[in-house]
Design a binder for this molecule. Structure first.
Ligand code: ARG
Length: 273
């Protein structure tokens, strides 16, 4: 199948103040030291890779009191220029939501297109956008009620998916959108309840199914522009299946950020506008 990249606009936030000082997911161990300069170098590598592929990267100002702010995907969900803000499940990250909304206000997004949500959602951590649907995770972070809120705001069908394994606490740790013009995804079935697995099989019969070691290497925390798929380089089992589908996988090393429980996708919020 011929693939083509479309130019994207991404929002990222430097890990200049990244640390693991608390634990809100099983990957975070505050006893393990973090090398901030290495985290920054790995993150800059990702940012420059996007730019070299012709994408636009905007930056949020990192805050010393918000060490997880590098995971910019969690701060909002933007579709058709409409911005659904986040409401975080944990107090440690709560102020990130306002920082994101302020950024949108300062960057010309009209107030009428911004929504401060009532229900808990962590942006693209639990919302994934395909051509036909917004896929929405629940079980660990997003409230099931946020799914209805997103459906009403975006006017797109929202499909709720139940996450059952705490290591895959956000949808974007277990499912990646490979082609958002054609409903093509990759996912790790083990992260989902039996009913949600059946829903995924029904909606995406041709999905790329990831094996456990690649999921555990955060291989599904990937970003695709329709041709290039940026993913953790340790997810070695995904490269050949992606190539067979006509994608160009690009392995990235975000090892320091893995200590916070995130990788490529977590660091990247897509501004669909
Ligand atoms: N430490 C962060 C948290 O647990 C990591 C967030 C990762 N982001 C993501 N989109 N999965 O909230």
């Amino acid at each position: 199948m011929p693939r083509h990249a479309t130019p994207r606009r991404y929002l990222m936030c430097s890990p200049a103040h990244f640390e693991v000082s608390y634990s809100i997911n099983p990957w975070m161990d505050p006893r393990k030291p973090v090398d901030v300069s290495l985290a920054v170098a790995q993150w800059e590598d990702l940012r420059e890779r996007y730019r070299s592929l012709g994408h636009t990267v905007e930056e949020l100002t990192p805050r010393p009191d918000l060490p997880d702010m590098v995971f910019a995907a969690n701060g909002a969900t933007v579709i058709d220029g409409r911005v659904l803000g986040a409401r975080f499940a944990h107090a440690e990250r709560a102020p990130e939501a306002a920082a994101h909304l302020d950024w949108f206000r300062e960057h010309g997004f009209p107030e009428g297109e911004l929504c401060e949500p009532v229900h808990i959602n962590e942006g693209e951590g639990d919302f994934a956008v395909t051509a036909s649907y917004v896929l929405a995770g629940r079980g660990f972070r997003a409230s099931p009620l946020s799914h209805g809120e997103a459906q009403e705001f975006f006017g797109r069908p929202v499909i709720g998916l139940d996450l059952v394994d705490p290591r895959y606490y956000h949808l974007d740790t277990a499912l990646a959108v490979l082609d958002d013009a054609a409903d093509e995804v990759a996912y790790y079935p083990g992260a989902f309840s039996p009913g949600s697995r059946a829903v995924l099989r029904r909606l995406f019969p041709d999905a790329l199914i990831a094996e456990r070691p690649d999921a555990a290497a955060f291989g599904l925390n990937a970003v695709s522009d329709g041709l290039h798929v940026l993913l953790p380089q340790a997810a070695v089992g995904l490269f050949e299946p992606l190539r067979q589908r006509g994608f160009e996988p690009i392995g990235m090393d975000l090892g320091e950020l893995l200590k916070g429980g995130g990788s490529v996708k977590c660091c990247t919020q897509e501004l669909r506008c």
